[in-house]
Every structure is written in structure tokens, then in C-alpha cells.
Design a binder for this molecule. Structure first.
Ligand SMILES: Cc1ncc(COP(=O)(O)O)c(C=O)c1O
Length: 382
């Protein structure tokens, strides 16, 4: 059995979530937009219940603030393009950062091609962003700040609460991509002072192909899909009822399990980091120090670079049975090197590993990985 340590790429569906979803494929299969009969109304009631549960988990003011989407790529596109196109009269400048997920970066680049202005803020060598730098980059025509809550490669957590407060005081809308932070650190839209927040089912033990966008009242968006006007006119398309039920269950479970998950995953991650340092004195950490600054990094994330022959020895020791990422999943699909690692100044030619533990990870698995890493020290030149 492989040992899976790539939970940032995706997670298995929690058995409790799977059980909750199953009736909605064959038994309760109605279209929630078919409100003229009871089969449709039954599906609609289930969707509205899911919307309420997610709104409560996020501390939103109303279930109407939750818009269902196909995942975070869509939520991020809808948030960014929807805001700038709706609020053109306020200005045409968007602020984001160089380490955002490609779906945010490319949405912003598409806007730039359409004549909007975008500032891509640089980050510090540990991937962090200073609130003062964000504030300093705001302009009178800034309409939106889009910054991720936590980075999917190096796990750095941005101080969105402080950034949100600064932007709100200046009348600038704030979007945060909480795809990787949800379920790992508290996510409360009031405490974060955000107007828009993206989340995705498959990163939190829910199903793939479903997500949500929180849109704070009275903020509104220009829809990005033409259609029948579903989701309060913001996102057309027949709703994925089993997916929405699964998303809501995953969200509620993530909240219930948050403290335990955080604690156990952090302990396992820290063990791996200590083992890597013991075995490979030349190992370089990407992102904030997990031991010295645990609150600045996702509890399940480790990202390291190992130079030269030691890197090869490490990869050989992990072999095919230990599944880690050599960069982010989305970046590897396009075959490019990591834009996040280059943004923090990592040179090319190193062996880069992203290791992410998850709810199903066991101590036995961690012991096995630590043993593999330690054995690698026996390799000459490691
Ligand atoms: C930070 C972040 N944003 C957005 C996405 C895209 O999410 P989805 O797979 O739901 O489209 C990912 C997926 O890797 C991610 O890690």
C-alpha cells in the first residue's frame, strides 16, 4: 500500500461524507430548480439546508451569502472577474501577490489583457506578505484585493484579518482563497474582514467538482456564465445536489475535528521535519519555521529543498511507495517549475518536496517514512 502524503493536492472523501451523499444520486435525485413539484422541492430543501450549514460554519450573516460552484478555480474566477466587472465605476486596479494559485494569477492576467491594472506583490523569503506593503500598494482606484489565506505549496498563512481590516477602512473589497486553510485553521468571515471567500470540497475530505463562494452582503458580482440565473443570478447551471450535500457535511466535520486534526497533524509534520534535518543537514526549509512559528504555517504542511546528490538520495529513499509532491499538483500538470519557490528566491536545480499529512495519516506511516529518510543517510554523499 502506498503511503499518501499529498493531502494538499486532494483528500479522500470521508466515509461519513460519502454516506451522507449516497441517497442524492438515485433516491432523491430532483433538480432543485424544478419548484413546481415535490421531487424538485425535496432537492431544493436539501440544498438550502446545506447552504445554511455552510453559512453557519463560516459565520456568514445569511445563507444567501453562499453561492455554490464547481470548486475553487471557479469560485476564484467568479470572485475576481465578477467584482471588477461589477464595480468598474469605482476603479480598475486589482492587487494580488506573486505566490497566489495559478487560477488567481491567470484570472488577473486575463483582466490585465482586458485593460485592467494589476499589481502582483512580491513576498518575503519565507513567503509572507507584510500588511504595510499591502496597504502601501492600495491606490485610489483599487477595487479589489485578492490574497490567499494559506499557500498551497509552502503553507504560509497570511494575516488576512489585518489586511481585511485595512482594506475595509479604505473601502476596498477583499477576496481570500481559503481552499487550503479551511479545516486546518479557523476560518470566520467576520473575523477575517473579507467580502469574498473561496472554498473547495476535495481539499477537505469532501467530493471533487464542488465548492462555494462566500459573497458578503451587499457586495454583488457580474455573473461569469450565461444561463438560467441560478444561485441568485450569480452562477447559472443545475446544482450538483450530492456534491453540495457532501460539501456541507465536509465543512461541518472539518469544524468539529479542527482542534484534534490540527494537533495530530502538526505533531506528525514536525516529526518529519526533524527527521529530515537529522538525515540531511543540507536541507533547506521553504516557508515559515514550523517549530518556531507554528501559527504562521499550515499544521499539515512541509516543503523542503535538498541540494545535489542528497536530493537524489532522498528521492530514491522515498521511492514509489511514498506519495509526495515535487511541486504543486496544478503546477506539475503544466510541467513548469514552481512559481512560489522562485518567488521566495529558491534557485533551480534543487530537489523540492512538498509533504502534506492528512486526517487519515497514521503514526505507523510516519514511522515508516522516518525510517526511509534515516536509511537514506547511509547513501554516500547524502
Ligand atoms: C490555493 C488553491 N486555490 C485554488 C485551487 C483550485 O481548486 P479546485 O481544484 O477546487 O478548482 C487549489 C487547488 O490546488 C488551491 O490549492
Amino acid at each position: 500500500m502506498p503511503i499518501y502524503l499529498d493531502y494538499h493536492a486532494t483528500t479522500p472523501v470521508d466515509p461519513r461524507v460519502f454516506a451522507a451523499m449516497t441517497p442524492y444520486f438515485m433516491e432523491i435525485f430532483g433538480n432543485p430548480a424544478s419548484t413546481s413539484h415535490r421531487v424538485g422541492l425535496q432537492a431544493r430543501a436539501v440544498v438550502e439546508q446545506a447552504r445554511q450549514r455552510i453559512a453557519t460554519a463560516l459565520n456568514a450573516s445569511s445563507p444567501r451569502e453562499i453561492v455554490f460552484t464547481s470548486g475553487s478555480t471557479e469560485s476564484n474566477n467568479l470572485a475576481i472577474k465578477g467584482v471588477v466587472r461589477m464595480y468598474e465605476s469605482r476603479g480598475r486596479h486589482v492587487l494580488t501577490a506573486v505566490t497566489e494559485h495559478k487560477c488567481v494569477l491567470n484570472a488577473c492576467k486575463a483582466l490585465r489583457d482586458d485593460g485592467y491594472e494589476v499589481t502582483f506583490l512580491p513576498v518575503a523569503s519565507d513567503g509572507s506578505l507584510s500588511v504595510a506593503d499591502v496597504e502601501g500598494a492600495l491606490r485610489p482606484d483599487t477595487v479589489l484585493v485578492s490574497l490567499m489565506h494559506a499557500n498551497n505549496e509552502i503553507g504560509v498563512i497570511h494575516d488576512i484579518a489585518a489586511i481585511g481590516a485595512v482594506c475595509r477602512a479604505r473601502g476596498v473589497l477583499v477576496h481570500t482563497d481559503a481552499t487550503q486553510s479551511f479545516g486546518k485553521v479557523p476560518v470566520d468571515v467576520q473575523a477575517l474582514h473579507v467580502d469574498l471567500l473561496s472554498m473547495s470540497g476535495h481539499k477537505m475530505y469532501g467530493p471533487k467538482g464542488v465548492g462555494a463562494l462566500y459573497v458578503r452582503t451587499p457586495c454583488t458580482l457580474a455573473p461569469q456564465l450565461d444561463g438560467g440565473g441560478h444561485e441568485f443570478g450569480l452562477r447559472s447551471g443545475t446544482l450538483n445536489v450530492p456534491g453540495i450535500v457532501g460539501l456541507a457535511d465536509a465543512v461541518v466535520l472539518a469544524g468539529a475535528d479542527l482542534q484534534t486534526d490540527r494537533h495530530t497533524q502538526r505533531a506528525m509534520r514536525d516529526r518529519l521535519w526533524l527527521a529530515l534535518q537529522d538525515a540531511f543537514p543540507s536541507v533547506l526549509l521553504n516557508g515559515p519555521d514550523p517549530i518556531a512559528s507554528p501559527d504562521r504555517r499550515l499544521p499539515n504542511n512541509l516543503n523542503v529543498s535538498v541540494p545535489g546528490a542528497a536530493g537524489d538520495a532522498l528521492l530514491a529513499a522515498l521511492g514509489d511507495d511514498i506519495c509526495v509532491s515535487t511541486s504543486s499538483a496544478c503546477t506539475s500538470a503544466s510541467g513548469e517549475s514552481s512559481h512560489v519557490l522562485s518567488a521566495i528566491g529558491r534557485e533551480e536545480g534543487l530537489t523540492n518536496l512538498r509533504i502534506s499529512v492528512g486526517r487519515p495519516t497514521t503514526l505507523t506511516e510516519i514511522d515508516q517514512v522516518v525510517a526511509c529518510i534515516s536509511r537514506a543517510t547511509l547513501t554516500p554523499n547524502a
